[in-house]
Design a protein around this ligand. Structure first.
Ligand code: GLU
Length: 447
């Protein structure tokens, strides 16, 4: 059987770094093995799922380059879930229950008060035909629970190692709601069987589901896949990410923070492994270096500052061809490789390039801290054409003429030429600024 994985987000919100780590790990495992990726939208909850969130998921994955080979939407497949539920009913594995949410809440409370685990008591199983008829006549509709075998369930988890549960310690899960709609526990297994999913790679919040779902796989006659449950990301202080998910959404990292897709992917591919984070320019390089067995059970911490640093490192490596279109889209008309190579060592975000573009292509108000020096420096500027060696020759001449060197020389020149006290190397900026602007600025003129 060829390797097939799925990424199965529910379109009930924006994708965030935690979701993308799972999407990426699935994707890398599949691409490394020459396998297949299914994107499945788990949208059976039609109160919370929206087409806008579904479109956002596809947009975010597309932006990251996490392609899929097949796509499915659970809302298109409801008949299959009903058919599977009917088979389970016929086999005596799905039974009707009539408790209201309040009644279930009271049962739970009373078990907990007695120090007992809050397991469902299987009252539905004991209902007689007459008892059911009475409830239905009173207007009650059943929800349906899966009758678990009270037996050990075990699997060998690719991240957690040997895992074991006992069916007797779990509540029979509800698979079909009162209104007839299937729940995730059922629809997910039906689809995993239908699409031949060989590896289920998901968050460790699903470990108990796996115990239940393995019995469901067996009841529905599908081959049980291999499982890997990854620990959930926390923030740098070790707290859950749930409160910060808005700012850690892919949309916000992309649109507000200027994060490059590969920066995010390079960081997420290595979080939770002992391997160093490396800046790779392509997903193909990440595929080559990825190994699921390196992902540990320890809680991985996500620090946005690591991401910012990696973003900068990645931009510093990016060739002009990799950003030319985006720079043009930022309004840098006629931008060329010379400009890019001059400014990229100073960028944390691509959009920061616009600042250096303005400084080299638009009027700047110079800051004169030593007017005598900068005026004299202007008079020593050689004729164009200029290149990266121009600066060194010019500086030598100024030193000889004025006897000034070091910071006392460089800072007044930088402030006059660029209006700011930091930025790309002046030997690279000077040819971009050009002689007319340089002369004017050194003389204190807006140019
Ligand atoms: N829609 C489920 C979730 O987002 C999918 C879990 C799974 O991978 O089975 O948690």
């Amino acid at each position: 059987m060829s390797l097939t994985v799925r990424f199965a987000p529910s379109p009930t919100g924006l994708l965030h770094v935690g979701n993308i780590r799972l999407a990426l790990v699935n994707w890398l495992v599949a691409r490394r093995a020459g396998g297949t990726v299914l994107l499945r939208l788990d949208d059976t909850d039609d109160e919370r799922s929206t087409p806008e969130f579904a479109a956002g998921i596809e947009r975010d994955l597309g932006w990251l380059g996490l392609t899929w080979d097949r796509k499915a939407r659970q809302s298109d497949r409801l008949a299959l879930y009903t058919e599977a539920a009917d088979r389970l009913k016929a086999a005596g594995r799905l039974y009707p229950c009539y408790e209201t949410a309040e009644e279930l809440g009271l049962k739970r409370k009373s078990l907990l008060a007695r120090g007992l685990p809050p397991l469902y008591d299987r009252a539905g199983l004991d209902l007689s035909a007459a008892g059911r008829a009475r409830l239905e006549a009173a207007g009650r509709h059943p929800h349906w629970r899966f009758k678990l075998d009270h037996q050990p369930v075990s699997w060998s988890d690719l991240v957690r190692g040997p895992a074991q549960f006992d069916g007797a310690d779990l509540s029979d899960p509800v698979l079909v709601r009162e209104d007839g709609r299937p729940l995730y526990t059922l629809s997910s297994v039906v689809d995993d069987i239908a699409f031949g999913i060989s590896h289920v790679i998901r968050g460790e919040d699903h470990v108990a589901n796996t115990a239940v779902q393995i019995q469901l796989w067996q009841a529905l006659g599908g081959p049980v896949p291999t499982f890997a449950h990854l620990p959930l990301l926390t923030d740098a202080a070790g707290h859950g990410l749930s409160k910060r998910l808005g700012s850690l959404s892919i949309a916000s990292l992309r649109d507000d923070d200027g994060i490059e897709p590969m920066a995010l992917l390079c960081l997420l591919a290595r979080l939770g492994t002992a391997d160093a984070v490396e800046a790779h320019l392509t997903l193909a390089e990440l595929v080559e270096s990825f190994d699921l067995t390196r992902v540990s059970r320890a809680t991985p911490r996500f620090d946005p500052e690591d991401l910012t640093r990696l973003n900068a490192r990645l931009l510093h490596l990016t060739p002009f061809a990799g950003v030319a279109d985006r720079l043009a889209a930022l309004g840098l008309d006629g931008v060329d490789q010379r400009f890019w190579l001059a400014v990229r060592p100073n960028l944390t975000r691509l959009a920061d390039a616009t600042l250096w573009w303005q400084i080299s292509h638009a009027p700047v108000t110079p800051t004169l801290t030593d007017p005598a020096l900068t005026r004299q420096a202007a008079s020593l500027l050689p004729p164009e054409p200029w290149d990266e060696t121009t600066w060194g020759h010019w500086i030598e001449q100024i030193k000889v003429a004025t006897g000034i060197k070091g910071k006392g020389l460089f800072l007044p020149l930088r402030l006059a030429l660029t209006g700011t006290d930091h930025g790309p190397e002046l030997k690279s900026l000077l040819p971009l600024i050009g002689r007319p602007r340089a002369v004017a600025r050194l003389n204190g003129l807006l140019a």
